[in-house]
Write a protein that binds this ligand. Structure first.
Ligand SMILES: N[C@@H](CCC(=O)N[C@@H](CS)C(=O)NCC(=O)O)C(=O)O
Length: 203
């Protein structure tokens, strides 16, 4: 059996890094295929949804859409609830994370600097507080999203917080999530997980 292959751009960010982290958290050895923009132009027509990341597992059709990849990894490796209703609760929060990513993503390619600033200031004033308040209501009182062990939803929440924490995105303050202690707690718990540390510290 060959190792699963995950294809994404050559950067430790966004949806691709979420899938890598989920595989690392699961302890799965995988082929980490990192492509350039030029390689992507060639691969795009054959990607399941014309997007990255996608996951290839021997004997199965390639799987696209990040949350589908994450829930599959979670189901196969004990990082997603077996109860269908609890699983749906986790999946809803994962979709909620994608909503924020898409909202911010719409500003990424704006070429007019003023338009970009205004759009991001509006997100900071309205979208982030509303998003964070809703997220906070769904996170439990201890440890990770749902108690003392990590699930793929934790990786999803970690990824979105990590995107903004260092103030890396212009016009979005580094403390944009400061009012959401449960969300920050989940981020810290994932960040401290030994398998996440090992993945991020690998040579
Ligand atoms: N809904 C998709 C969105 C995937 C997506 O937009 N991926 C970006 C990279 S984060 C991409 O493929 N960009 C290149 C392109 O669209 O050609 C998912 O969740 O996987």
């Amino acid at each position: 059996m060959t190792k699963p292959r995950l294809t994404y751009f050559d950067a430790p960010v966004s949806r691709g890094e979420e899938c890598r982290l989920a595989l690392a958290l699961a302890g799965v050895e995988f082929e980490d295929v990192r492509i350039s923009r030029d390689q992507w132009a060639e691969l795009k027509p054959s990607a399941p949804f014309g997007t990255v990341p996608y996951l290839e597992v021997e004997g199965h059709a390639a799987i696209g859409q990040t949350n589908a990849i994450l829930t599959l990894i979670g189901r196969l490796h004990g990082l997603h609830p077996s109860d269908p209703f609890e699983a749906a609760r986790h999946e809803a929060v994962m979709a909620h994370v994608e909503d924020l990513r898409v909202a911010v993503g719409q500003t990424l390619w704006m070429t007019d600097a003023d338009e970009k600033r205004r759009a991001r200031e509006a997100l900071v004033a309205d979208t982030f507080p509303a998003w964070g308040g809703i997220t906070e209501r769904h996170i439990g009182e201890r440890g990770f999203f749902a108690g003392d062990t990590a699930h793929v939803v934790d990786v999803k929440l970690y990824g979105i917080v990590r995107w903004f924490l260092g103030g890396k995105v212009d016009h979005i303050p580094a403390d944009v999530f400061a009012a959401f202690p449960r969300l920050l707690r989940v981020h810290a718990a994932v960040d401290a997980h030994p398998r996440v540390r090992a993945w991020q510290g690998r040579a």
